[in-house]
Design a protein around this ligand. Structure first.
Ligand code: GTP
Ligand code: MG
Length: 259
């Protein structure tokens, strides 16, 4: 077929292929969720149903896209990693990013009523996204550690902040001033002394964030004639709130990074 004289415009498109043989991490983040969470009356500092909704969207992602091998979420953000060898959309950055963001957002809207049956959603949610390639397993492990440390710092601060505001009648400014310059240990002390609260007893979903990945689970596929179960190992997408900074998790789940 002859080219039309207009076809040259295609040559303006830029190549955006991501580096080969690197882990592709896509992180999405809720746009203006400070307002979105207020309008939808999310509980402070953590709304467990809002977090469960995010996790459910991440599960849908892993079930839809087999190249995503692990994901980690906290607050209004979620990070997904595509396996090193992934040829998903020929590793084209804009394709991978736009599909991740739109599939996640569409699920968020579709699943809203499953998690908030009594609430009509106020405001239209949207997520920004970015793609980063990491060359080594160490870099990737440090990425998850970075996000989980962030989760801890933010959650501990927010827990103190909202306890002071909601239970001690402090203004936001007063709470801010009380917490200024405090270290982890001071905040644990404050929670214990003033509220009898042991930070480490808070639900792990708040303290650790959420991991979504394929785990090996034993499944009964049938029973023999004598009634004995026949089991098979199957990979199933699971949500858990584990520590991804220490070696333990990665040693227990070697297939995630070893492929
Ligand atoms: P941009 O991401 O820059 O568009 O702004 P943002 O308003 O989304 O802020 P950011 O992503 O830095 O932080 C997320 C915000 O979402 C938090 O500051 C909270 O206000 C809100 N948020 C997230 N999760 C919860 C929750 O479980 N409960 C409540 N009450 N608010 C939440
Ligand atoms: Mg945000």
């Amino acid at each position: 077929m002859a080219n039309s004289k207009y076809e040259y415009v295609k040559s303006f498109e830029v190549v955006d292929k991501l580096l080969p043989n690197t882990w592709i991490v896509v992180r999405i983040d809720g746009r203006n969720f400070h307002r979105f969470s207020a309008e939808n009356e999310f509980e402070k500092p953590n709304d467990v149903q809002a977090l469960n909704l995010m996790n459910s969207c991440a599960v849908a992602m892993l079930e839809e896209f087999p190249d995503i091998i692990f994901s980690y979420g906290v607050s209004d953000e979620y990070s997904f990693v595509f396996k090193r060898t992934s040829q998903f959309y020929e590793r084209r950055s804009s394709k991978i990013l736009s599909i991740t963001v739109s599939f996640f957002t569409a699920n968020y809207v579709m699943k809203w009523k499953d998690f908030f049956p009594q609430k009509d959603m106020r405001l239209v949610p949207s997520f920004d996204g970015r793609v980063v390639c990491y060359p080594s397993n160490e870099n990737l492990r440090h990425y998850w550690a970075w996000r989980q440390v962030d989760c801890h710092i933010n959650n501990q601060y927010n827990t103190c902040f909202w306890m002071l505001v909601l239970n001690k009648g402090k203004t936001k400014k007063e709470a801010q001033d009380i917490l200024k310059g405090t270290q982890t240990q001071d905040k644990n002390e404050l929670l214990f002394q003033q509220f009898g609260m042991n930070y480490s007893n808070l639900p792990a979903i708040f303290r650790k964030g959420s991991c979504v990945f394929k785990n090996k689970v034993e499944e009964i596929v049938k029973h023999t004639e004598s009634g004995d179960p026949v089991k098979r190992l199957r990979k199933k997408v699971v949500v858990s709130h584990c520590d991804v900074i220490e070696d333990r998790f990665w040693k227990d789940h070697p297939w995630i990074l070893d492929e």
